[in-house]
Design a protein around this ligand. Structure first.
Ligand SMILES: Nc1ncnc2c1ncn2[C@@H]1O[C@H](COP(=O)(O)OP(=O)(O)OP(=O)(O)O)[C@@H](O)[C@H]1O
Ligand SMILES: [Mg+2]
Length: 255
């Protein structure tokens, strides 16, 4: 069973940047093979990783619906679906990337979604680690795209409102009884430490803080240039902070 890390939180808080840095950390310490999943319909994890994508799971659904009825004799449905999902995998050194793409459409894709999900689970078992970058908002959580997660990092900006939103996500997870072993809060873009008001709000929301990540102009500058996360030097304070948080978390989980 792969060890699965998911990253969530409201819009623009740094989910994709942090997902990319988590992947970079796992690669650096040789925790491979990794499956990177971009579960955001408005995907850009590939840009952060510096890889081009051709197909997404979303774009395959239409093909699957059309082709599965007319498979040539002797081609098993299982083999066909595995082949299809392999087609959407981008293979890189140490990790593969799978992009979910759009989940909605004019037709009912329930059948295609169900079978694709089943074969994604089969494929996921080939990896030791899964890192999932999720869309902002809460609605996809109820659609069951964040399943069997070991650690979910809810990212927030260093504001009371941000922490409250993180608290709401945690409550929703409990209400939906999603299979998530541990939920942590990550405060990103911290400038001068956390003030007392914020620390009190974190206590009120009852989410364990995994750590803080500093604001850093180099991260933003590289993003403006659309450079991949690997372009940041290893001494960069955001790279270091994410690495330390991951190390501590993985030691706790002994993985
Ligand atoms: N610690 C940081 N210091 C400076 N800039 C940061 C930091 N973390 C993220 N950013 C910048 O914030 C912006 C938003 O980051 P990112 O795209 O990772 O957020 P997101 O939560 O994935 O957004 P979305 O909800 O749109 O998917 C980017 O320009 C990114 O470079
Ligand atoms: Mg994002």
């Amino acid at each position: 069973m792969p060890w699965t890390i998911a990253v969530g939180g409201k819009g623009g808080v740094g989910k994709t940047t942090i997902s990319g840095l988590i992947i970079r950390y796992l690669l650096d310490v040789g925790k491979t093979p990794i499956l990177a999943v971009d579960a955001d319909a408005n995907s850009n994890l590939n840009e952060i990783l510096g890889v081009a994508i051709d197909k997404t799971i979303g774009s395959l659904r239409e093909e699957v619906l059309n082709e599965i009825k007319n498979l040539p004799l002797g081609v098993f449905k299982e083999n066909y679906l595995e082949y299809k999902i392999q087609e959407a995998l981008v293979e890189e050194k140490g990790y593969d990337l799978l992009v979910m793409g759009r989940t909605e459409g004019p037709k009912c894709y329930c059948y295609a979604n169900t079978i694709l999900r089943k074969y994604m689970d089969v494929i996921a078992s080939n990896y030791n680690y899964i890192v999932m970058d999720n869309a902002a908002g809460l609605e996809h959580l109820s659609r069951g795209t964040t399943r069997d997660v070991d650690v979910l990092f809810i990212v927030s900006d260093p504001t009371i409102r941000g922490v409250r939103t993180a608290g709401r996500i945690k409550t929703l997870i409990q209400e939906l009884k999603l299979s998530i072993e541990k939920v942590y809060l990550l405060i990103n873009r911290v400038k001068n430490g956390l003030d007392e008001g914020l620390l009190n709000e974190i206590k009120n929301q009852e989410i364990e803080l995994a750590g803080t990540i500093p604001e850093d102009s180099q991260v933003l500058d590289e993003d403006v240039r659309c450079s991949p996360i690997f372009a940041l030097p290893k001494e960069n304070k955001v790279v270091v902070a994410v690495g330390e948080i991951l190390k501590k978390t993985m030691e706790k989980f002994r993985c």
